[in-house]
Write a protein that binds this ligand. Structure first.
Ligand code: KG4
Ligand code: ZN
Length: 337
């Protein structure tokens, strides 16, 4: 038996290579959080293969749904609304989650709420503490690098974004050059802590006052450094190269986030996305905001990479604002925030 005044939102996330279902109580409490990762299946290809991702989602989605209800000890009757990632992401992958959500909503007469994946990453912070507006979110994932200003709930103003590669993408590409397994971010992070930033690599500031990012020049510089050394018959310590690459990424991310937080006079800074799991970034941001009035919020590691609790968290806010999806909902690979 559940109390009527408690609100339970079911979240479904299938935008990339994790099939995830979660149940969140009253927007704050995670009752179930199940993530089936496909990383092992994509590893040998060095990245996510969309066809394989879709097939895994089809196989996994009902199993993961059942597991979430078992974990929560609830049934679909207890659920107030179904929130699902509508986009952005791989279209074939998104469609599996969207169709599962639509089928559940239709069969059980439940409200449906479409969620933007990046909004989800930001709202993972709601499980740490209450959001205080205005705030600034630094979103760093495999597909996105953005500084987002929020004056209130569900209001997203992108004040800076990457002009080329996302931070996570740069990590994964550099890792690949160093023959590290996919996804490379955690491996570079580990190596970086064992090495020293002895190699001079560029920082893309993109002009005074710009909150945009660029990582493709840095990625090329890493590749050139390796190739040039190879041609000269020298070897470069991958630990030092990883440390130098990470130092460049972190310096730019932290400085731009700090400057934007000051300029926009925010009360909170939220870190979000898969790269938020980076130990160096977490430590450098903590240092930067240590003596400031701005509260820095960093999600626990388990909520940094893709999960459905974050989708249910935004879903709760949108549902309570009256946002509703219908049976025309579709996977939208290029959905704007
Ligand atoms: O948010 P996410 O799970 O998926 C997307 O929405 O893209 O982010 C995945 C990205 C990958 O590029 C992965 O290499 C990166 O997050 N990542 C990291 C770390 N852990 C995951 N990058 C740097 N350091 C880490 N510790
Ligand atoms: Zn993500």
């Amino acid at each position: 038996m559940t109390l009527k005044n408690d609100q339970y939102i079911l979240g479904i996330e299938t935008s990339c290579d994790e099939t995830a279902v979660a149940i969140v109580k009253n927007g704050k409490e995670i009752i179930a959080n199940v993530v089936a990762s496909q990383i092992e299946s994509h590893k040998r290809f060095g990245g996510v293969v969309p066809e394989i991702a879709s097939r895994h989602h089809v196989e996994q989605v009902t199993i993961v749904l059942e597991e979430a209800f078992t974990q929560a000890n609830l049934t679909i009757d207890d659920i107030d609304a179904i929130a699902v990632t509508e986009g952005p992401g791989l279209v074939g992958a998104l469609l599996i989650g969207v169709n599962a959500a639509k089928a559940l909503a239709l069969c059980h007469n439940k409200p449906l709420v479409g969620v933007h994946h990046i909004a989800g990453h930001i709202y993972a912070n709601q499980f740490v503490t209450e959001m205080t507006f205005p705030l600034l979110a630094l979103v760093v994932s495999g597909g996105h690098t953005e500084l987002i200003y929020m004056k209130e709930h569900a209001s997203f103003d992108v004040i800076g974004e990457t002009l080329d590669d996302a931070a996570g993408e740069a990590y994964d590409k550099v890792a690949r050059t160093l023959n590290l397994p996919y996804p490379g971010g955690p491996h570079i992070d580990r190596l970086a802590h064992e090495g020293e930033a002895t190699i001079n690599l560029p920082r893309a500031w993109l002009g005074e006052g710009s909150f945009n990012f660029s990582f493709s020049g840095l990625k090329s510089a890493v590749i050139n450094t390796l190739h040039n050394a190879e041609q000269r018959g020298e070897t470069i310590d991958p630990k030092n190269l990883a440390a130098s690459f990470q130092a460049s990424v972190i310096e730019v991310l932290v400085k731009k986030t700090y400057d934007a937080a000051q300029q926009y006079n925010v009360k909170q800074v939220l870190l979000a996305g898969g790269v938020a799991a980076n130990k160096g970034l977490r430590a450098a941001l903590t240092d930067a905001f240590q003596n400031s009035d701005i509260e820095l919020v960093i999600p626990p590691l388990s909520l940094c990479t893709d999960n459905a609790a974050m989708i249910a968290s935004v879903g709760t806010v949108l549902y309570n604002k009256g946002v509703r999806g219908d049976m025309t909902m579709n996977g939208q690979p290029g959905l704007d925030l």
